[in-house]
Design a protein around this ligand. Structure first.
Ligand code: HEM
Length: 143
């Protein structure tokens, strides 16, 4: 699904983000709430804890890109939990935009079109896995 080059781009970019994880997470949430201020109310817990959880989860996925099938059950479970947080399909688009713009801002010119495309693909796989896992939960909730 992902080429070796795409995996290399994403993993080498992430290695640069890790030392500035807190700043990157702050940039991400600032951008997210700027894009859609209504999303702020979905986050009930302490945002600084949430930042660590988000970075850990992205790191876990990035480190598993060579063997994505291994993390599918965990990502599906994450998607089901997200439905209970009030997250709906369209929100994944907004989060994707916020993530890519954060990487662009944090990594500068090194984050070129090829890197952006690789991250778009990785995020798309994660988001689709989460959304699809959330579908039955939503069907039950509305029936
Ligand atoms: C690849 C996409 C995403 C990843 C990796 C991710 C990761 C996480 C993680 C690890 C948690 C901690 C709680 C848990 O494990 O269940 C969490 C919670 C949460 N996420 Fe996400 N998430 C993603 C997409 C989204 C989207 C699209 C939204 C929509 C706004 C969202 C909103 C939330 C909310 C509201 C919480 C609960 C926060 C709270 O308890 O206050 N996430 N996310």
């Amino acid at each position: 699904m992902l080429t070796k080059e795409e995996i290399d781009f994403v993993q080498s970019d992430w290695a640069k983000v890790v030392p500035i994880a807190e700043t990157a997470a702050t940039l991400f949430y600032d951008r997210l709430f700027e894009l859609d201020p209504k999303l702020r109310s979905l986050f009930k817990s302490d945002l600084s804890e949430q930042k660590i959880k988000l970075m850990k989860m992205i790191g876990y996925a990035v480190n598993s890109l060579d063997n994505l099938s291994e993390i599918v059950p965990a990502v599906q479970a994450l998607g089901k939990r997200h439905a209970t947080y009030g997250v709906v399909s369209e929100h994944y688009e907004t989060v994707g935009v916020a993530l890519l713009s954060t990487l662009k801002k944090g990594l500068g010119p090194a984050f070129d079109e090829a890197h952006e495309a690789a991250w778009g693909k990785v995020y798309g796989i994660l988001a689709d896995t989460m959304r699809n896992a959330a579908e039955p939960a939503r069907a039950v909730a509305t029936s």
